[in-house]
Design a protein around this ligand. Structure first.
Ligand code: AKG
Ligand code: FE2
Length: 343
């Protein structure tokens, strides 16, 4: 059973290391309605809920997240149109041709778990792209391989606008979450403001064909992995496939809940917090018999920001576990490893 919240609410945060004895059977649902309440006590209470989820589970659903249903349904429709294109039209955009990990991933083109044989999904990856004059252009001096523009398919009217509409809405959710994560870490609410000035957010349209017939256990929709950035904001359709590994080694279904998004922590937050915040292993397997679509957006700190353990998360007994790297170098090395098998 999950440990009670009170056992982890003592400061400093390092005491939360006790969470290694805890496990979970359910993923909590958190209501974001009051995320920007004028009352600091209300924001604090919400941050405490988030803190508990981050320490014990590493996953939570959010409801009242502020992305309009229309924006979601149009992005999903655009995604379906893209993956229905003839294979040659998608191959033109192959991510392996890109120096900055943008574009199309074919079936088995990615391998999230090195022990597997390739992931049974198709993907389409984009990064930040401005829509209006005056917005940050996305040109990143010094960001090396992570810089550069998106690639877009020919002949899909409205695709770019629709996908970017969702991208920007999801980035706004992420920008609203960072102050809450800061509060949850007993930091000033604006702690991440100067570290997230150029949204380092990669978004993927994902398509999972159903796995039928004899199932090879080494082929999964996406193999067991942790995410690379601070946190992921995932929209999933109504098809159950996502599973989350608890401390007892049991896969817990992240059951689709209408009107919610799934938020999970990634390895950048594990590094900031010396593993006090959990970057939880997850996978997706679509044995439903029908096609599944999802849209994760991975939100990290700016690529030039150093990932360094917070003082509240380190002491003599728990020294810093990770070497200090920049967010950009870290994400790039993880992406290179993910796509290496199909080069
Ligand atoms: O499609 C999903 O439900 C999960 C996707 C995922 O874990 C990822 O892309 O990192
Ligand atoms: Fe993931």
């Amino acid at each position: 059973m999950q440990k009670s919240e009170s056992s982890f609410s003592k400061r400093p945060l390092i005491l939360a290391q006790q969470r290694t004895e805890s496990t979970f059977d359910q993923i909590p649902v958190i209501n974001l309605e009051n995320a920007t309440s004028a009352d600091p006590d209300v924001r604090r209470a919400l941050a405490d809920e988030i803190r508990d989820a981050c320490i014990n589970v590493g996953f939570f659903y959010v409801k009242n997240h502020s992305i309009a249903e229309d924006t979601i349904s149009q992005a999903t429709a655009a995604s379906k149109r893209f993956f229905a294109l003839p294979q040659v039209q998608k191959d033109v955009l192959d991510i392996h041709k890109s120096s900055n990990f943008k574009g199309y991933t074919a079936l088995l083109g990615e391998n999230a778990n090195p022990e597997n044989r390739g992931d049974l999904h198709e993907g389409f990856d984009i990064g930040w792209e401005a829509r209006d004059a005056g917005e940050w252009t996305g040109l990143r001096e010094g960001d090396g391989a992570m810089s550069g523009s998106n690639v877009w398919p020919e002949g899909l009217d409205g695709f770019r606008d629709t996908v970017l509409e969702y991208y920007h809405a999801a980035v706004a959710v992420g920008q609203a979450l960072f102050p809450l994560f800061a509060l949850a870490l007993d930091l000033p609410e604006d702690f991440f403001d100067d570290k997230t000035t150029k949204p380092a957010a990669i978004m993927r349209l994902l398509y999972y064909p159903p796995q039928t017939g004899v199932v090879d256990d080494r082929v999964e929709g996406i193999g067991a992995h942790t995410d690379y950035e601070c946190f992921t904001i995932l929209w999933q359709d109504s098809v159950q496939a996502l599973q989350v590994l608890n401390n007892a080694g049991k896969w817990v279904n992240a059951v689709p809940i209408p009107g919610t998004l799934v938020v999970n922590l990634g390895d950048q937050f594990a590094r900031w917090t010396n593993d006090v915040f959990k970057s939880t292993v997850h996978r997706a397997i679509n044995r439903s018999g029908v096609e599944r679509y999802s849209i994760p957006l991975f939100f990290g700190t700016d690529y030039d920001v150093k990932l360094e353990a917070l003082l509240s998360c380190v002491d003599e007994q728990y020294p810093a576990k990770y070497e200090v790297v920049t967010a950009g170098d870290y994400v790039k090395s993880r992406l290179e490893a993910t796509y290496a098998h199909s080069k």
